[in-house]
Design a protein around this ligand. Sequence first.
Ligand SMILES: [Zn+2]
Length: 425
Amino acid sequence: MSILIKDAIILTQDNEREVRKGDIYIEDDAIVEISDRIKIEAEYTIRGKLVMPGLINTHTHLPMTLMRGYGDDLTLEEWLTTRIWPIEKKLDKRMVEAGTRLALLEMISTGTTTCSDMYFFEDTIASTCKEMGMRCFAGFSIIDFDTPEMKKEMLLPECEKFIRRWKDDGLVTPVVAPHSTYSCSPETLQKSAELAEKYDMMLHTHCSETRKEVYDVVERYGVRPVEQLEKNGMLTEKTVLAHCGWITKEEVRQIARAGACVSHNPVSNMKLATGGFTPLPELFDAGACVTLGTDGAASNNKLDMFETMKFAALIHKHHRWDAQIVTAQQTLDMATVNAASYLGINAGSIEEGKKADLICLDTNMPNLAPMHNPISHVVYAASGFNVSSTIIDGKPLMLEREFHYFNKQKILEDAEKAKNELVSD
Ligand SMILES: [Zn+2]
């Protein structure tokens, strides 16, 4: 397959963060050429767009689109115990597939090209991502409770089978995802870490999302969550820590020393009123990797990474009374190059030889005119629905807002059906 993008404004996100004009030629899964004028016939031609690397969402729970808007205006504890956990018990494979398809449709239509998921039925989620063409780090959830899919004793052995099944796939990467320090015993954390190490896989977990969680972990184990992870082998250079809204300066140093990565989820944190502020300036100063996530659609309620970028920049400016504390460029870096480099994918920037994971924005829109500074526009002015085309692994999954590989209406109908089953008695 070949795609030619003509007359583009390109946010390369290369080492110089160059913004240039030109043409891009894509063949198979790679960006082959970027130059002022390319005269090649391609199967698909796109013209006159703002082109940027696809966005990378490092923390989400894809099937939770089915619970979008089910349980708003509640604190995390109330939300989980009175709304989410009771209906999650009813989930089955078919519903998970319907919810995942809806999430992928939303992500593809709003410019996300890689996601890092963690949930139950992860094998179903992985297969659905593969089939729809989404690059996914699929986190097999480990927790000390029976899940809707299987008994808790089965989780680690099944996770190992899952890793063996997916570890050589080009699009889906298996990840070991123990849920958190409050829902996993030290033994579960250790075994998860050992399993990830055995296959050289990544770890993904929730960490210090709420103050209550921190107090509970301190009361039970005598240490704060980051130290609890460290003590049990979970704080590594291949660990993604979602949230970190309630971490101390010492925990910032621990995270940076270990080379772990923080996934900052500002919209979900604000919606669930978690109160904590992920200390981005301190994490940056310590040299830690910070990336961005939406969290699940049940607590966001969207999977639009443009919105997440904007909130990520604004929340810290406001909180610190400092408009320069997190800049537009730093924010875009978190959602592209930083995440790609941490996850070890040859994407996140638009350069010859890189994977063709990129998106085009239609700038002929009222909210993107006039154009002073394209970096400012994508962080502060754009929304996911300005994305006109989404290309993942060289495949045009959306072109001029049309989907060629899947049936949008069927995905919406199946999700509605699954939602009705989920909430029926
Ligand atoms: Zn989460």
